[in-house]
Design a protein around this ligand. Structure first.
Ligand code: MF3
Ligand code: CO
Ligand code: CO
Length: 251
């Protein structure tokens, strides 16, 4: 069931997502070669708590930390670790979720550490562009498939691959609500978008294959060939006008 949010609920969504966006921006400013992903997680955790919010990934289905931090071939759900040291040239995906005043916030971004390969640079650029192509379609009257098709088209026409096993989602009082928002599909298909729907659009893009594997830690999802992957996510609201980006640092 898709839950339509009232304007009071949208205000609450906005506040939670602002904190998620601020935490993600802080993570981006804080990432440095030599730092462990555990240290980066701690910075994110402390910031979220300082805002009176809860890092909603912590304990979600048993996830052990506050942020998902995924390096290079790791696509999503990387578990922060004191043993995982970030190096110059890495690309690091940080995914931050928050619970504030009963509502969830969720956003992600792949960051570069120092100078990265032209390949990595291009993968990140195409993935972020695909997110914006998807957002452009997130208008009342369109269908979820219009978002999906726009993301897939941009990714595949640039020679990369969209992951099928994991998808974007509705969001509200729960981190994951209906509808599913796949990064693949056909325009004109799927649920109709109506004002008051809040969804996370999150292209997950692999360099050489749409396939993924889950590591033995049961969480970390990697590019099946061990090549690079990137992930960008915004939480948005459908309005009577342009999509409203909820995951901005301020409104
Ligand atoms: N933030 C993720 C998403 O975009 C969900 C992470 S759940 C966790 O849907 F348990 F892995 F943290
Ligand atoms: Co997320
Ligand atoms: Co999400």
């Amino acid at each position: 069931m898709i839950k339509i949010k009232s304007s009071a609920e949208l205000q609450k969504m906005l506040r939670s997502n602002e904190i998620a966006a601020q935490a993600l921006a802080l993570a981006g400013r804080s990432i440095k070669a030599g730092m462990s992903t555990w240290e980066l997680d701690k910075i994110i955790h402390d910031f979220i708590v300082s805002k009176g919010a809860v890092p909603s990934s912590l304990g979600y289905c048993g996830f052990p930390n506050s942020a998902c931090i995924s390096v290079n071939e790791e696509l999503i759900h990387g578990i922060p670790s004191k043993k995982k040291i970030i190096k110059e040239g890495d690309i690091v995906t940080v995914d931050v979720t928050t619970l504030f005043d009963g509502f969830q916030g969720d956003n992600a971004r792949t960051f570069k550490v120092g100078t990265v390969s032209p390949n990595a640079e291009r993968l990140m650029k195409i993935t972020e562009e695909a997110l914006w192509k998807g957002i452009e379609q997130a208008v009342a009257g369109n269908r979820v498939g219009d978002i999906s098709a726009a993301v897939q088209q941009h990714v595949e026409s640039n020679g990369y691959h969209v992951v099928r096993q994991y998808v974007g989602h509705g969001i509200g009082t729960e981190m994951h609500e209906d509808p599913e928002v796949p990064n693949f599909g056909k325009a004109g298909r799927g649920p109709r978008l109506v004002p008051g729907m809040t969804i996370c659009i999150e292209p997950m893009v692999n360099e050489t294959t749409p396939d993924v594997k889950v590591l033995s830690d049961k969480w970390t999802v990697v590019e099946a060939n061990g090549n690079l992957s990137a992930h960008f996510e915004h939480c948005i609201a459908i309005t009577n006008d342009k999509p409203m980006i909820l995951t901005l640092e301020s409104h």
